[in-house]
Design a protein around this ligand. Sequence first.
Ligand code: ZN
Ligand code: ZN
Length: 308
Amino acid sequence: MWVPPAWGLALVVTLLGWVPTPTVAQVPDSGTRVVILGTGNPNSDPDRWGPAVAVVVGGQAYLVDAGAGVVRRAAAAARIHDLPLTGIDLKRVFITHLHSDHTLGLPDLIFSPWVLGRLEPLEIYGPPGLERMTHHLLEAWREDIDMRLYGLEPQPYVDGYRAITHESRGGLIYEDEHVRVEAIPVAHGSWPYSFGYRFQTADRTIVISGDARPSRALIEACNGCDILVHEVYSSARFPSRSPEWKTYHSSFHTSTDELAEIATAARPGLLLMYHQLFWGDSDEDLEGQVRAAGYAGRVLSARDLEIY
Ligand SMILES: [Zn+2]
Ligand SMILES: [Zn+2]
């Protein structure tokens, strides 16, 4: 079959006056992609599902966090972006911390892909306490596991429901031929262990904050990285919160004003806000606040199912 050379295609495109529309951001033709599966938080916004991000490289998916609905969100991203994010592709996840909004999708991630035909156990990486949580999840669904294994349901995938946990206190936590993953200990209120993650691939460095108040460790982990995916709350709306909630937010999370300082020091190619607390603000409002607070780099407030 004859395939037109790239310059020929470019000529046709130019003659027809058709310009391809990028999907939100300029996505490289090949190489590492960051897919925002969910930008939400405990608020039940139907447009923002539980926090989960996928780094996709070398035909493999590396998930960060398992918010509510993660398997269906990944399936939606697989359909839109033609990436390996269907159930059986979900083989490993890096959990930032054990807050429920970041882990409600963990049983979904353990069990749903198994029924869909995942052959191998789910590998779960995260902080101390993860093993206990996973053990109890497997126990909670014990009746289901037994029914699927020994009932009438055809079930040749006998290992697919298992979960292998890898607890860490930070540092290099995972490495294969496509990626090195470091767990970055961050400050998140009174949590003894909460991580951001740094992904180093052949073409990109990506840092994902998880939940964190301003953390020097994240600035150092990024240090000119390609994308810094960072949580945030609205500085403009913060004064409307009650004194108790103000104390909580400033101890556990990062404001748009603080994020401007972090990003100025960290110098990412793109600052991507997620897990946003808007309190009535819009994506554009948050972007404007970060710029107004002095950040001169590129900043976007992410929406679910975007790709970067
Ligand atoms: Zn949290
Ligand atoms: Zn959270």
